[in-house]
Design a protein around this ligand. Structure first.
Ligand code: AMP
Length: 438
């Protein structure tokens, strides 16, 4: 009976080389920038007690509909969930360890949301982010936001816009909530059915609706900026002045309310104009001055962001930025006399710090040369019966018009190093387009 063919679960995918190498390099660019700015890496669990995420808000889709929840085998079983984002886990870690403030951390890793998959929207996706806990100094907001701005620039992206808004503190928020609820109730009949449901649970989230029917109502809704308390307005002004002083371009977006409920004061989003509107949010964040306390810690202000790696790479593709890596294999050893010479020569070359690969299964010279070409190597080393008898190897320059010559194996590493230093690296070949049968 035929075995079932398993596929990656809906909304997940395998990321093959060289795209996987490009993603890791993107994370390294982010890590460098974050670490040079004084952020240390936090590695936290991929799953947490479900209660950690429930603090994100009762009216939140991420919590009510999108959590991957499960029970473990404990007695009694614990109710756990895969993390849909990292800020809540970071705040849980802060409450648990009480590190010295301000605590500046960066992270990267997979997040899980049971969403309807589409282009740029997955059930497992990767984020990088930073969080600064323990200060509400507007300079901390500026440091975090500008780190995001500089990161996109470091990747070579030129069409990412920064949108900023302030959601105010709890005083501003209750005055605004009252005004907004009154307004939305007065125009309830014009709203979509989904937004009418949202209105009962969390009026602010109605502003997040992308449904065309809701847009005329949203366009005339009262604005948070008109309800900011003196302290919140001053904080927001300082953040804007700080961004101005760094020449970090931004737009004020008075209706930006971000999906997660815990935000207070500064909120922001990065939008990639090279992508369709359904997937153009490439990152976002804000202040969450009550979250650590909600998780049992001391009152602790915090600000951070999460950037979506999958979508950033789509934006890079659309802009032709952050191209793939050169092939990691620089030299390919072709051995037609049994494979032992390839083992030894690859070992020497690798120990010398070069990228070296070989074929297996005693394939023909032609098949091995084809492999050498696909590997992206700039040099092929060939060992056949003559070379074996003479203790030599033939070194072939793989570039068009490149020549070949024979050297004693004792000089091989030096000769290959010389050729590689002189050659332009070749791009890596996507694995999923490789023909594995010759
Ligand atoms: P959020 O926490 O929802 O603001 O997400 C922050 C960033 O993560 C977004 O701007 C997206 O770039 C990315 N993101 C969120 N959800 C998904 C998803 N389901 N698939 C891919 N990327 C996502």
């Amino acid at each position: 009976m035929a075995q079932p063919l398993f596929r990656a679960p809906v909304g997940t995918r395998d990321i093959l080389a060289p795209e996987s190498a490009r993603r890791r390099r993107l994370v390294r660019v982010f890590a460098d920038l974050a670490e040079r700015s004084g952020f240390g890496l936090l590695e936290s669990p991929v799953f947490e007690d479900v209660g950690v995420f429930q603090r994100l808000g009762e009216a939140n889709d991420v919590v009510t509909k999108e959590l991957f929840e499960f029970f473990d085998k404990g007695e009694p079983p614990r109710h756990l969930a895969l993390r849909p984002e990292l800020t809540a886990g970071v705040c849980r870690a802060f409450a648990e360890h009480r590190p010295v403030s301000p605590w500046k951390i960066w992270y990267s890793g997979p997040q899980f949301r049971y969403e309807r998959p589409q282009a740029g929207r997955y059930r497992q996706f990767e984020q990088v982010g930073v969080e600064t806990l323990g200060t509400d100094d507007p300079h901390a907001d500026v440091e975090v936001i500008s780190l995001g701005v500089r990161f996109y620039a470091a990747l070579g992206l030129t069409r990412v816009r920064l949108l900023v808004n302030s959601l105010g503190d709890s005083d501003s928020r209750s005055a605004y909530d009252a005004a907004l609820t009154g307004y939305l109730q007065s125009r309830r009949g014009e709203l979509s059915e989904q937004s009418r449901v949202t209105l009962e649970r969390n009026p602010l989230r109605v502003l997040d609706s992308k449904r065309p029917q809701d847009q005329p109502v949203i366009a005339e809704a009262p604005l948070m900026v008109d309800f900011l308390s003196g302290a919140s307005a001053e904080h927001f002004a300082s953040v804007r002045a700080g961004l101005d002083s760094l020449d970090a371009a931004y737009e004020i977006s008075p209706r930006l309310v971000r999906g997660l409920d815990y935000y207070t004061r500064t909120t922001f989003e990065f939008v990639a104009d090279a992508l369709d509107t359904a997937q153009n949010a490439v990152g976002g964040g804000g202040r969450y001055d009550g979250l650590v306390e909600d998780l049992g810690g001391p009152p602790t202000p915090g600000i951070g962001f999460a950037l979506g790696v999958d979508r950033i790479l789509l934006a890079c593709d659309a802009e032709g930025a952050f191209a793939g890596d050169p092939a990691p294999v620089q030299v390919f050893v072709v051995d037609t006399v049994g494979g032992q010479s390839a083992a030894v020569l690859c070992d020497w070359l690798r120990q010398a710090g070069l990228g070296a690969d070989r074929a297996f299964d005693g394939r023909s010279m032609k098949a091995q040369m084809k492999r050498a070409d696909r590997s992206g190597a700039v040099v092929a080393v060939i060992v056949g019966p003559d070379e074996q008898a003479q203790g030599t190897a033939t070194v072939r320059d793989m570039r068009p018009g490149g020549d070949q010559h024979t050297v004693p194996t004792s000089e091989l590493v030096a000769e290959v190093s010389r050729l590689i230093a002189a050659a332009q690296p070749r791009p890596a070949i996507p694995q999923h387009r490789r023909q594995d049968r010759d």
